[in-house]
Write a protein that binds this ligand. Structure first.
Ligand code: SAM
Length: 216
């Protein structure tokens, strides 16, 4: 995603009621206590890492009021776009967090997250950067630390080399694949699937979309 500095985005995030603060007063306080002290309910918590402008997670939150959603994004300048879209919606079950996924185990405890969505994650094509890919074994280890026993990861991408790499990483870490598709929308838009911004664009261009669902 091309990044443009958005003046004032950091301040906006700091002052926004729907953003969990990780700079300054911090979300680490909720580690292990998200249900009890933050959402005040016992609904499952699903997160999207690298939510971009938030189209997917916002739609998921609208459709599933009994699930708590946290959208995670590394850059303030991108996260503010999600805030703009969310502004008019009264969704008690959706919050955003500016955070680098590398730090995820500082903010969530074992057994706290039921589902992790990774949508069109950055491919980091150079071999020397492979550890930065959100489906690399380093990240799978982190996800394993926060997922519930029956929790799982769902990954979608148009990038076949990244998808093949991700399947190899799942094998290397002995994850179990519940679903693997190399062309999710082969017969038209897949049922029960919320499209992300990137997915809509690639689908319109006729690119095959890959998806896996996997658990430890
Ligand atoms: N998920 C959206 C979609 O499918 O339309 C956006 C996809 S965009 C290609 C990837 C997003 O992941 C970018 O907004 C980027 O800033 C974010 N991202 C990349 N690495 C990240 C990390 N380590 N932690 C959190 N977000 C990250």
């Amino acid at each position: 995603m091309r990044l443009r500095n958005v003046p004032g985005s950091q301040e906006r995030i700091l002052n926004d009621a729907f953003t969990i603060q990780t700079d300054g007063e911090n979300g680490e306080d909720f580690k292990g206590l998200w249900n009890q002290n933050f959402f005040n309910n016992d609904h499952p918590i699903h997160i999207e890492i690298g939510m971009g402008k938030g189209q997917f997670i916002t739609q998921m939150a609208k459709e599933n009021p009994d699930i708590n959603y946290i959208g995670i994004e590394k850059y303030s300048s991108v996260l503010v776009r999600a805030l703009d879209k969310r502004a008019d919606l009264e969704l008690e079950n959706l919050r955003f967090m500016r955070m680098d996924a590398e730090d995820i185990t500082s903010y969530f405890a074992p057994d706290e997250i039921s589902k992790i969505y990774l949508n069109f994650s950055d491919p980091w094509p150079k071999d020397r950067h492979s550890k930065r890919r959100l489906t690399s074994r380093c990240f799978l280890e982190r996800y394993d630390k926060i997922l519930t026993k029956d929790g799982y990861v769902q990954f979608k991408t148009d990038n076949r080399p990244l998808f093949d790499f991700s399947l190899e990483e799942l094998n290397a870490m002995n994850w179990i694949k519940d679903e693997v598709s190399f062309d999710l929308h082969k017969d038209g838009p897949a049922p029960n699937n919320v499209m992300t911004e990137y997915e809509q664009k690639f689908y319109a261009e006729g690119k095959p979309i890959c998806r896996f669902v996997a658990h430890r």
